[in-house]
Each structure stands twice: as structure tokens, then as C-alpha cells.
Write a protein that binds this ligand. Structure first.
Ligand code: MG
Length: 339
């Protein structure tokens, strides 16, 4: 009997409006995907569509209708299943990532092992996760820094005309390690001007300083920077890595960009072969999406999986972050439950 696919839009609200260089939002709609097999076992996944990458919840639902016709008879043949989905309808990476997570969850449940164990990974090797401070007024930034007290590393969103003031406000409130993400919001000139400022404020990592296509600019910023420069919006899948070699120091992998857990692992292997640092990040999503991404973090250097921690209410429980330490659930598959 073929797998049955059900999909439902989740409406997630962040605790505070979340502001980055591209805009502000506090309601995020993702899609909860459930695959049910003939024994009634359920695999769960979440698609976190981004307009920036050409997807909405509605396009996810439409894509899932097509993908439902191409689900594997044997969910343990995960490589074949993912390849088939990408053939049926290209792009739609968030939709495919949600299906990939659901297929892995189901496979793990059938075998009675957690997904990270399927990959042969040691859950004790999960790195610390950062907690993100979005762009905001000085008062609200100060409050957010206080709220982020349990997290030892903060990720600061920049890409505004007030970036120095934002860093100063945060430094006034904490001596923690800071990493910066400009979300492509700087020009080359601004980025070069900001480099000594980042040093002055003790920033340790710089993510996507320039627009995604400005690879020569990224190379220039990386050459001048004393800290590692990580490509996020410039690096969606493994196919993007070759042209980034020698231009950045690392890549940020997100399932909503890669379209699959297995592609994420291929990216890690390729990045490692070229001595690139590897980061795993996320969108604003519930613990379903975060827990899927968390499965591969024993393989990476940097982790930014605070998407569910930024929510006012997370409908699901899975991977958790305790004092910044990411912890994987021990149950089979993704080990998820509804709250
Ligand atoms: Mg980023």
C-alpha cells in the first residue's frame, strides 16, 4: 500500500516581531507534513517556505500534490526516494525538505532508531547553538539580550545604517561571543568599513555580508577579514560550492534551501574536502524542522538552530537547546511529539 500524505499549514508567531535586513515579520506559515504507512506509523516533516527562494505555503501544498504521486513503496530507499522527488518537480526545496524529513522519520521509526543513528552520528557531538538578536530599537535590543541570558553565543542581525550602534547596544549588555549576519545587506564599501568595527566588538564570525551574486566581493571581504566569512544566501545546494571555493571560509546549510537531509550531508562532505567550515542554520519554524536539521549537527562546526526558540508557542517537542547546548531526542525517527 502506498504511503498516505497529509499536509496542514501551521501558523507560527514569534515572541517579538523578527527583523532582518530584508524585512519584518511576526507570523510565519510553515507546512506540517505527515506520511502514514500501512502499519499506521507516521513520519513527520516541516516545510518552511521562503518567498525569497520562490516558495509560499500555497506553492508547497501544490507541490506536495505532485510529490504525493511519487512517494516510494519502500521508505527505506531514501536516496532513490529523494532523487525521484527532485525529478518529478524541480526546485520547491522547502517542500522537498519537509518530505525528506518525514521519510527519514518514518524510516527511523520502522527500524526503531533515531535518524542521527541511521547516519552513524554521535548525539554528544552536537555543537552549541547561537540565539539570534534581530534588528530593533536600542531598548528592545537590550531587552532581547537580557532574554537571551541562557545562551552563551549570540548571533546579531545587521545590514542597517545603525549597525555600529546596534553592536554597541549589545556589547553594553553582554560580554558573550557575538557572530554577525548581514543577510546580504552591505555594499562592498560598507563591508570593508565594518571589518575593523567587528574586530573592535569581538565578533567571531561574519555571515553573508554581500548580495548573494557578488562572489568577487565576497572574496575581497574574506581576504581582508580576520574572522571567517560564511556564505548563506550564496549557497543553496552542493552545486553552489565549487564557485565559492577560495572566496569564503565556510557555508551555512539550511534544509529549506538544500531540499533534503541527504543533500545536506553531501554538502558537508564537499565542503570538508575543500577545508570549508560548515554551519547549520534554520528558518523560523517549529521543532519539527529544527529537529530534522539538528540530526546532522554532530558533523558541523557552527550551529544556529534557534528557529523554534524564537516562537511564542512551539506546537511540537523534539530537539531542545539547554544553555545553548543542542540536545537530540532519543526516540526513534526524529523523536518528535505534539505539545
Ligand atoms: Mg544567514
Amino acid at each position: 500500500m502506498p504511503l498516505r500524505l497529509q499536509a496542514e499549514i501551521l501558523e507560527l508567531k514569534t515572541r517579538h516581531p523578527f527583523i532582518i535586513a530584508r524585512g519584518t515579520q511576526d507570523i510565519y506559515r510553515t507546512v506540517h507534513i505527515r506520511l502514514t504507512d500501512e502499519d499506521g506509523l507516521e513520519g513527520w516533516g516541516e516545510a518552511a517556505p521562503q518567498r525569497y527562494y520562490g516558495e509560499t505555503p500555497e506553492t508547497v501544498l501544490a507541490a506536495l500534490n505532485l510529490y504525493a504521486t511519487a512517494l516510494p513503496d519502500d521508505p527505506l530507499l531514501l536516496d532513490d526516494a529523494e532523487a525521484e522527488l527532485a525529478t518529478v518537480l524541480r526546485g520547491n526545496s522547502a517542500a522537498r525538505a519537509g518530505l525528506s524529513a518525514a521519510l527519514h522519520d518514518l524510516a527511523g521509526k520502522r527500524l526503531g532508531v533515531p535518524v542521527h543513528r541511521l547516519f552513524g552520528l554521535d548525539a554528544r557531538r552536537c555543537p552549541l547553538s547561537t540565539f539570534t538578536i534581530g534588528i530593533d530599537t536600542p531598548d528592545r535590543i537590550t531587552m532581547k539580550v537580557r532574554e537571551a541570558d541562557p545562551y552563551p553565543i549570540l548571533k546579531v542581525k545587521l545590514g542597517t545604517n545603525d549597525d555600529v550602534a546596534i553592536l554597541q547596544t549589545i556589547r553594553d549588555g553582554t560580554s558573550k561571543e557575538l557572530r554577525v549576519d548581514a543577510n546580504g545587506g552591505w555594499t562592498r564599501k560598507q563591508a570593508v568599513r565594518m571589518l575593523p568595527v567587528l574586530d573592535e566588538y569581538g565578533v567571531t564570525v561574519l555571515e553573508q555580508p554581500l548580495a548573494p551574486d557578488d562572489l568577487e566581493g565576497l572574496a575581497e571581504v574574506s581576504r581582508r577579514a580576520r574572522i571567517p566569512v560564511i556564505a548563506d544566501e550564496s549557497c543553496l545546494t552542493a552545486a553552489d560550492i565549487p564557485r565559492l571555493i577560495g572566496k569564503v571560509d565556510g557555508i551555512n546549510i539550511k534544509l529549506a534551501k538544500t531540499g533534503s537531509l541527504r543533500e545536506a550531508i553531501r554538502m558537508i562532505a564537499l565542503a570538508r574536502a575543500h577545508h570549508l567550515m560548515v554551519m547549520v542554520g534554520c528558518m523560523i519554524e517549529s521543532s519539527i524542522g529544527i529537529t530534522a536539521a539538528a540530526q546532522i549537527t554532530p558533523l558541523v562546526d557552527l550551529c544556529d538552530l534557534d528557529g523554534a526558540a524564537l516562537l511564542g508557542h512551539d506546537p511540537f517537542a523534539g530537539a531542545s537547546i539547554e544553555s545553548g547546548q543542542l540536545r537530540l531526542p532519543e526516540g526513534p525517527g526524529l523523536g518528535l511529539s505534539a505539545r
